[in-house]
Ligand binder design. Structure first.
Ligand SMILES: [Zn+2]
Length: 287
């Protein structure tokens, strides 16, 4: 594929972990998610039949680990029909360049995310001043430079379908990033929310380490448009998901999810929007 394909220029290992790192879990028969350090990636598809897709690609250097998960679940020499990116932040695209070079499969993302996936534009700097603890304080060390997927990157289809994942739709859920998408399957109301909302409190290091379950707004230090983020959470709540796998944290289902999501929608200004920070109070990065 494109010879200009490259990793982020400030790509580096992030020393951060949780007790579920290196483990995976099935959510329904054909959805599996795996935790790499502190971030989840999902595999949609049955282990021994038909197409499957990879959703997101972990932290920098995640490719070898993803390959071994693929061998365990889908067999040696198996590869996805496509990779879907919920967005292009460093902790969701870490393994993608290496995997695409090997697998030569298309990568689908929302067009508003393209500048960050084709080497054109960096995301706004993470806000290390935001209310929100150690992960925010550490955020200046996170890779911020764009990766370049060259010709491999394709726009998600305009009919909201997801190539290689029948019955699934993508939903534009901006705010955390301009082209952020969530994935939803109506038949069993399974939601992959990416970072539109997450199921762990990411500004509390203890909760990240222990993966304590609670419905929370998007990770604070990288969210640049809080009004859009609120609208996106409302959109996802209206779908009434039965089960969610988010970008960070343990999967969640049933009443805990329903109540948590309702509360997040109603109290987003108090629960999710930080009290202070660079992207708060009309100082949103214009998307
Ligand atoms: Zn993110």
């Amino acid at each position: 594929m494109d010879e200009q394909m490259h990793e982020s220029k400030d790509n580096k290992f992030i020393p951060m972990t949780s007790i579920t790192s290196g483990t995976g879990q099935e959510v329904g028969n054909d959805v599996y998610y795996y935790t790499d350090q502190i971030v989840n990636m999902s595999f949609i598809g049955f282990p021994n039949e038909g197409d499957w897709v990879l959703v997101d690609a972990g932290l920098p250097n995640a490719a070898p680990e993803i390959r071994s998960v693929v061998v365990d679940r889908f067999g040696r020499d198996s590869k996805p029909s496509a990779i879907i990116l919920t967005h292009g932040h460093f902790d969701h695209v870490g393994g993608v360049v290496e995997l695409v070079e090997e697998w030569e499969v298309p990568v689908y993302a929302h067009e508003l995310e393209f500048p960050f996936l084709t080497g054109e534009e960096s995301y706004p700097e993470p806000d290390s001043t935001v209310e929100g603890g150690l992960l925010a304080k550490l955020s200046p060390m996170y890779p911020n430079q764009p990766i370049n997927l060259g010709d491999a990157i394709k726009p998600l289809p305009s009919d909201n379908s997801i190539p290689g994942a029948d019955g699934w739709k993508w939903i534009h859920t901006p705010g955390h990033s301009p082209g952020h998408v969530s994935l939803f399957r109506e038949s069993d109301k399974t939601l992959l929310s990416g970072d539109a909302f997450i199921t762990v409190r990411q500004d509390k290091l203890y909760n990240v380490l222990m993966q304590t379950e609670e419905v929370n707004g998007p990770p604070r230090y990288l969210t640049s448009d809080w009004d859009a983020a609120w609208e996106s959470v409302k959109k996802l709540e209206q779908l009434q998901p039965n089960v969610v796998v988010s970008g960070h944290g343990h999967f969640m289902e049933g009443e805990k999810l329903t109540k948590g999501l309702r509360s997040l929608v109603e109290n987003f200004d108090k629960l999710a929007i930080p009290d202070y920070g660079r992207y708060v109070d009309g100082q949103n990065y214009k998307q």
